[in-house]
Design a protein around this ligand. Structure first.
Ligand code: DGL
Length: 275
């Protein structure tokens, strides 16, 4: 692949601010890369909509990133979009490396001592064929307690402290007992990229000892492997500010606040309309 292609940015998208948890891991793993982040907050939450909506949005964003930014790879930083759309996206963009994210059930089952693993995700992710296949492949490896968390993405998007706290406390209570004794959930999979941003609220509800599993770091490592395979890794050079560009179909201020808070970045966010 040419030097020009390896200098192209990596596209990253999510239904909103959640994908910043993946972008954070990507920037740590691959600090010499340029990134274009798209938050589709104007069309969120994906997880309480039907597949057709998520597929159409994912397709429109992928086309935008290719046409306007000539991305060299795409990271689908959304469990819901990965479950609903990644198969089609790989068919439609066979020449583009695409990395998706899925709930970290396998490592959770492998490391849980009590053998009881909690999984929080969107309704759509839990109902998806992709997730059900993953779950079936781990039959007998652990007992999984699944919890759809309607409203939690919305509360995170709106930075609604009361709603975030209430949702975390209600949903974890509904899952049963957390702890390290027999029958208790000792490992909690955060199966939505928004949820790392309510870690404090979750900790308040379940305590400090439960292991939280998120998917950002494995996605970043997989992105590195894929780029290396295709000789698309950027040259190691110091990048100036502005090497990550932010776009949103929602409120610019919301994404700028989230980037400041979670990535410690003063981001100039551009508003975007993708039909
Ligand atoms: N961050 C998305 C995920 O990982 C949230 C989906 C939504 O908008 O409901 O599933």
């Amino acid at each position: 692949m040419s030097a020009a292609a390896s200098a192209s940015p990596i596209g990253v998208f999510d239904s909103g601010v959640g994908g910043l948890s993946v972008l954070r891991a990507l920037r740590a793993e691959l600090p010499h890369e340029r990134y274009i982040y798209v938050a589709d907050s104007g069309h969120a939450p994906y997880g309480e909509r039907d597949d057709a909506h998520v597929i159409a949005r994912s397709d429109a964003i992928a086309r935008y990133l290719r046409e306007q930014h000539s991305i060299k790879a795409l990271v689908v930083a959304c469990n819901t979009a990965t479950a609903a759309a990644i198969k089609l996206m790989r068919q439609d963009h066979a020449d583009l490396p695409i990395v998706g994210i899925e709930p970290a059930l396998k490592p959770a089952a492998a490391s849980s001592k009590t053998g009881v693993v909690g999984v929080m995700a969107t309704r759509s992710t839990l109902q998806s064929e992709k997730f059900q296949t993953l779950l079936a492949s781990l039959n007998g490896k652990a007992r999984f307690v699944l919890q759809a968390c309607d409203g939690l993405v919305d509360a995170i998007e709106r930075e609604d402290a009361i709603q975030k706290g209430a949702a975390c406390s209600d949903y974890t209570r509904a899952m049963g007992r957390f702890g390290s004794s027999e029958g208790e959930i000792d490992t909690l999979v955060l199966g939505c990229t928004h949820y790392p941003f309510v870690e404090l609220e979750l900790r308040r509800a379940i305590g400090d000892t439960v292991v939280l599993m998120e998917g950002g770091a494995p996605v970043a490592r997989q992105t590195r492997r894929l780029l290396a395979d295709k000789q698309l890794l950027a040259e190691p050079e110091a990048l100036a500010d502005g090497s990550t560009l932010f776009f949103t179909t929602g409120k610019a201020e919301m994404l700028a606040n989230a980037a400041r808070r979670w990535l410690r970045l003063e981001a100039a966010v551009s508003a975007l309309q993708i039909a």
